[in-house]
Write a protein that binds this ligand. Structure first.
Ligand code: SAM
Length: 234
């Protein structure tokens, strides 16, 4: 019997005393990759239940049944920060989702702009990337991944939330730490068009921000911007 350091996101975690089965993917990973044995324990979590140590009650070729034993971390709020980023090619989009999750965002909103060089995403794949990143970086929440939206539509009915738009072409204040609900917006590899920047500028609660004196690749800008904005937060 071993207490492993494995962490699994279980969205609907039942209370102690109620056994639950893992998804096929999780069961395969624990049984065949991590070689879990009956009696071993793992950590299971979600944003509402916090994190619990759970014991492997039954392991068969096809399924694993666990039961929560003791809470290891109570539920806790995490930053309420959105990332709105212009879709990139698949590998770069995957990386942005993984790093944004590690950096603590609550919502990832892919946007389509005039110069975006991708307009389709596999949301299931991105959600799986976000779950794996949350498991690895010890978060309790997994960010919500929303369907891509045209930037003009998004800003046309922007909610009452401070919006920090990364604009590499103007002298703007450096993006600072988040101090409440916020959103960081990053443009495409070719930059926002003037029309897009004008439409974005009409958004209430907008601030144009710099990410430093160098022109960053879009994926670098997303990571650097979130690090500036969220690294100081719990
Ligand atoms: N106009 C850029 C150029 O000349 O290469 C292309 C845009 S840049 C590669 C991609 C996005 O990253 C920009 O739309 C902006 O949102 C963000 N970005 C990159 N460097 C930045 C900086 N130093 N300050 C603010 N935003 C930056």
């Amino acid at each position: 019997m071993a207490d492993t350091s494995i962490r699994l996101y279980i969205p609907n975690l039942p209370p102690p005393g109620q056994a639950f089965s893992l998804s096929d993917g999780q069961a395969h990973y624990l049984a065949n990759v991590m070689r879990l044995s009956e009696g071993d324990t793992v950590r299971v979590f979600n944003g509402d239940a916090g994190e619990w140590r759970a014991i492997a009650m039954k392991i068969s070729r096809k399924s694993i049944t666990l039961e929560a034993l003791v809470q290891t971390r109570p539920p806790a709020p995490e930053p309420d920060a959105w990332l709105c980023f212009a879709l990139l090619k698949r590998q770069k989009t995957d990386m942005v989702v993984e790093k944004a999750t590690e950096l603590g965002v609550s919502v990832i909103q892919p946007i389509i702009t005039a110069r975006t060089n991708a307009d389709h995403v596999n949301l299931g794949r991105l959600r799986a990337i976000a779950i794996e990143a949350a498991e690895q970086c010890e978060r309790l929440h997994v960010p919500e991944i929303r369907s891509p939206m045209p930037v003009m539509k998004l800003v046309a009915d922007w909610p009452a939330r401070p919006l920090f738009v990364a604009d590499e072409r103007r002298t703007s204040p450096l993006l600072g730490p988040s101090c409440g609900p916020s959103a960081v917006m990053i443009g495409p590899e070719g930059g926002f068009t003037d029309q897009e920047l004008e439409a974005i500028a009409r958004t209430p609660l907008i601030t144009r921000v710099s990410l430093g004196c160098r022109i960053l690749r879009a994926e670098t800008a997303a990571i650097a911007g979130l690090a500036l904005h969220l690294a100081a937060l719990p």
